[in-house]
Design a protein around this ligand. Structure first.
Ligand code: GEK
Length: 241
């Protein structure tokens, strides 16, 4: 696994974070050292898939990056006639995702799609995963995207939404960010790397509170929206149609 050193050297100007070739080539290491609980969440997707994927349905891994979530869903699917769509608008990610998917023979097809997740159609969806992807969609577009997902889902289907969150309470907000940065440093990132990455994400990743996410999901019609995982300011939710 190639080590992420993208922000290791001082940059004259820190530009907005992009999922380009440089990032895609170190992404497996980057996400493991930057998202607490990532591996745990990805692993659990197979458990959710085993329970909620029904025969002849579709699953969607939206913002699939290298395909980790799609591959986990694939392992859990035991029903016939299912297909997984792994979608990302980064060409560099999708190319690598395609290679990763091809390396794992399975009766469940994963179709890789290079597209903006706001532009795709959803049909007969039983499990839809947005694993740390909605946070990169402009907040003004989030309702429409989730509504479209809801409309394309089968009754009883689930959406799994993992996000970096923020908190209304300033004490909690700052404390969790601080502890999160301690964790990043314990994973080998320097103060400079932590600070330059934070700047790069400033106008790219827009976190919301858990309450805001739940309110949106409920407004759209999802039921029983629960948080099933949390590590510091990173959570994963599940909601049912
Ligand atoms: C995982 N889910 O390993 N349309 C399509 N893709 C997008 C869009 C968009 N509008 N915006 C961002 N992306 C993965 C990890 S990473 C999370 C997801 C992170 C894609 C972007 O190209 C990137 O690959 C992914 O969403 C977010 O389980 O880097 O924190």
């Amino acid at each position: 696994m190639k080590k992420d050193q993208i922000f290791a050297q001082p940059l004259d100007k820190v530009s907005g974070f992009k999922f380009d070739d440089k990032v895609a080539s170190v992404f497996a290491d980057m996400i493991k050292r930057s998202v607490p609980g990532y591996e745990n969440i990805v692993f659990m997707l197979r458990v959710l898939a085993e329970r909620f994927v029904v025969a002849d349905s579709n699953c969607y891994d939206l913002g699939c990056s290298l395909g980790a979530s799609a591959l986990s869903l694939q392992t859990g699917i035991k029903q016939p006639g299912c297909r997984i769509y792994a979608v990302d608008n980064s060409q560099a990610m999708i190319e690598r995702c395609r290679e990763n998917v091809a390396a794992v023979p399975s009766p469940v097809t994963i179709e890789t799609v290079c597209a903006d997740i706001r532009d795709i159609e959803f049909t007969r969806a039983s499990v839809v995963v947005l694993n740390f992807t909605l946070q990169f969609i402009p907040p003004a577009d989030r309702d429409a995207l989730l509504r479209k997902i809801y409309d394309g889902m089968l009754p009883g289907g689930i959406v799994v939404l993992s996000e970096k969150i923020t908190h209304d309470n300033p004490f909690t907000r700052e404390l969790l960010i601080d502890i999160y940065h301690d964790w990043k440093r314990s994973n080998g990132y320097s103060d400079l790397e932590v600070s330059q990455k934070r700047t790069a994400l400033e106008n790219v990743l827009f976190p919301e509170t858990f309450d805001a996410h739940r309110a949106r999901l409920e407004r759209i019609g999802f039921q029983h929206c629960e948080q099933w995982f949390q590590c510091f300011n990173f959570i994963s939710m599940v909601a049912f149609k």
